[in-house]
Design a protein around this ligand. Structure first.
Ligand SMILES: Cc1cc2nc3c(=O)[nH]c(=O)nc-3n(C[C@H](O)[C@H](O)[C@H](O)COP(=O)(O)OP(=O)(O)OC[C@H]3O[C@@H](n4cnc5c(N)ncnc54)[C@H](O)[C@@H]3O)c2cc1C
Length: 436
C-alpha cells in the first residue's frame, strides 16, 4: 500500500477518466491523493467501447450542438454544451499528447457514427476506446511524483462544517477508517449503476457521493434522469450486463422481433430505441429481442468490434453467423451533483466531475460518446479553477470534526446510501410526473 499522509492539497475520489484527467491537469506543485474504491482500473471508464466525440470542423458545430440537444430533449444547459463542443479538439490533442492511440484511416483520424448522430464524429480505438484512453491516463498519472494513488480505499463521508469541505473520511480494504484533510475535495466517483439489478456499470459504482450530497444538503440536479442502454447481451446470469455498443448499430446492425422482422429505426436516441424494444418484448412475450450484424461486412466486424466478437463467442454466439439476444439495461446517469461551468458544487472547496456531476450537458438523455468527452472537459476546468485560487479555508480543529466510531458498521452505511439514492430518484420522478 502506498504511504499516505494526513494532509494533501487536493484529494480526488475516483480513478476513472475524470479523476485521472483532473490530476494530470493540476499544477505539479500540488500534493494530490487519488483514491479508488476498487482496483485502479476498476472504473466504468475502462469499459467504454464506442468512442469519444470531437468537433471535426467549424461546419460540424451546429449539427453537433443540435444532435446533443435533440438527444437531451432540449433540456440541456446550452452553455455547457457549447463549452464541451468548443473544447473537444483541445482535449483530443491533450489525449494524443499523453500517448492515446486512436484508429486511423489513410493517415488521418478515423471517425465512426452512433445512434442520434447526424454525422460521423466519434474517435475510437477498436471497441476498447475506454481502456485505451483511461489506461494511458493512468500510466501518465503513475509517473507523477506529486500524486499518490491509493486503491481499494472507499470514501465514506466528507469532513465538512458550515458548508465548507475540509476533506474526507475513508476506509481501507480491511475496513480501517481514517481521515484525509485537504484544501479541495474532487468527487469523481462515476455513476450509480451498482444500485440497479441490471446495469452495464461495475457493481461497486453506486452513487455514494449522491448519498453524501443528500446528507449534507449539497444541491443535486435531475436525479431521476437515468439512462437505459437499448442493447446489452441477454443473459440468465447475475452480475454486470455486457454492452453491445451503439456503434454496432451505427455501422448497420438491425433489431429483429421473434419472427426475424425489423421493428424500429435503430439510430434513434437511446431512450426511444429502448422503449421500442420493451414494447416489442411485451408484444412478443419474450425477455429479449434479436440484434443482427448481418448488414456489416465480416472484416469490419472483426476489425472494429474484436472485444464484442470474442465476448459473444464465449457466451455461445457467433456474431458473424447469427443474431444475438439483447435487452435494455441501466447504463448511464445524466443527473448528479449540481455543478457550475467550472465544476464547483454548492459546497465550498468541493468539486464534482464526470458522471457523478451534473453540469447539464446531457439534458434528459445522453448522446452516445459524449460522456468521456464531457468528463475530460469539465475535469480540466475543475483543475483550472482549483489552481487559480490559493486562499483555501483550513479547519480550526480538523480532528474535532470527525468521530470515526460513527462509521463502525460499513455494511449498514452501504445499504443506507443505496436506499437514500433510490428513494431520491423515486421522489424526483414523482415530482416531475406531478409537474412540480
Ligand atoms: C459498458 C460501458 C460502455 C461505455 N461506452 C462509452 C463510450 O463508448 N463513450 C462514452 O463517451 N462513454 C461511454 N460510457 C460512459 C463512460 O464510460 C462513463 O460515463 C465515464 O467513463 C465516467 O467516468 P468517471 O471518471 O466519471 O467515472 P468512472 O470511470 O466510473 O470512475 C469512477 C471511480 O470512482 C471510484 N469510486 C466510486 N465510489 C467511490 C467511493 N465511495 N470511494 C472511492 N472511490 C469511489 C471508482 O472505484 C472509480 O475509480 C460507457 C459506460 C459503460 C459502463
Amino acid at each position: 500500500m502506498a504511504k499516505i499522509e494526513k494532509r494533501y492539497d487536493i484529494v480526488i475520489v475516483g480513478t476513472g477518466c475524470a479523476g485521472l484527467f483532473c490530476a494530470l491537469s493540476l499544477p505539479r506543485n500540488k500534493k494530490i491523493l487519488c483514491i479508488s474504491k476498487d482496483a485502479l482500473d476498476g472504473s466504468d471508464s475502462f469499459l467504454a467501447q464506442g468512442g469519444i466525440c470531437m468537433l471535426r470542423d467549424e461546419e460540424d458545430y451546429e449539427p453537433f450542438f443540435e444532435d446533443t440537444m435533440r438527444a437531451g430533449h432540449y433540456e440541456n444547459r446550452k452553455e455547457s454544451v457549447d463549452i464541451m463542443i468548443r473544447s473537444s479538439q483541445e482535449i483530443i490533442k491533450d489525449l494524443i499528447g499523453y500517448g492515446v492511440d486512436f484508429d486511423m484511416e489513410n493517415g488521418e483520424l478515423a471517425f465512426t457514427r452512433e445512434g442520434a448522430h447526424s454525422k460521423s464524429r466519434i474517435l475510437f480505438h477498436a471497441d476498447v476506446t475506454g481502456r485505451e484512453i483511461t489506461g494511458t491516463l493512468l500510466e501518465r498519472v503513475q509517473e507523477l511524483k506529486n500524486v499518490t494513488l491509493l486503491e481499494h480505499t472507499t470514501m465514506v463521508d466528507w469532513v465538512c462544517q458550515e458548508n465548507v469541505c475540509y476533506g474526507i473520511v475513508a476506509a481501507d480494504i480491511d475496513g480501517k477508517k481514517f481521515t484525509i484533510e485537504a484544501d479541495v475535495t474532487v468527487l469523481a466517483c462515476g455513476g450509480l449503476g451498482g444500485v440497479y439489478e441490471h446495469s452495464t456499470n461495475f457493481r461497486h459504482i453506486r452513487g455514494d457521493a449522491l448519498a453524501l450530497a443528500l446528507y449534507h444538503n449539497v444541491e443535486l440536479e435531475n436525479v431521476d434522469y437515468v439512462q437505459i442502454h437499448p442493447t446489452t447481451l441477454y443473459s440468465e446470469m447475475s452480475g454486470r450486463s455486457f454492452l453491445i455498443s451503439e456503434s454496432v448499430r451505427g455501422e448497420g446492425a438491425i433489431l429483429l422481433d421473434k419472427n426475424g422482422n425489423r421493428f424500429t429505426d435503430e439510430l434513434q436516441p437511446r431512450d426511444v430505441v429502448s422503449q421500442a424494444i420493451w414494447d416489442q418484448m411485451e408484444k412478443d412475450g419474450t425477455k429479449y429481442v434479436w440484434l443482427s450484424l448481418a448488414p456489416i461486412p465480416q472484416e469490419e466486424i472483426l476489425n472494429h468490434f474484436p472485444n464484442i466478437y470474442q465476448h459473444c463467442l464465449e457466451a455461445g454466439f457467433d456474431i458473424l453467423k447469427e443474431p444475438i439476444p439483447v435487452v435494455p439495461a441501466q447504463h448511464y446517469f445524466m443527473g448528479g451533483i449540481h455543478v457550475d461551468s467550472m465544476s464547483r458544487t454548492t459546497m465550498e472547496q468541493l468539486y464534482a466531475v464526470g458522471e457523478t456531476s451534473c453540469n447539464g450537458v446531457h439534458g434528459r438523455n445522453r448522446l452516445a460518446s459524449n460522456s468521456l468527452l464531457e468528463s475530460l472537459v469539465f475535469a480540466k476546468r475543475a483543475a483550472k479553477d482549483i489552481a487559480s485560487k490559493s486562499d483555501y479555508k483550513k479547519a480550526e480543529n480538523f480532528d474535532s470534526l470527525v468521530d470515526l466510531e460513527n462509521y463502525e458498521d460499513l455494511d449498514t452505511i452501504k445499504h443506507q446510501y443505496k436506499a437514500m439514492v433510490l428513494a431520491e430518484i423515486e421522489r424526483e420522478r414523482k415530482l416531475r410526473e406531478e409537474g412540480k
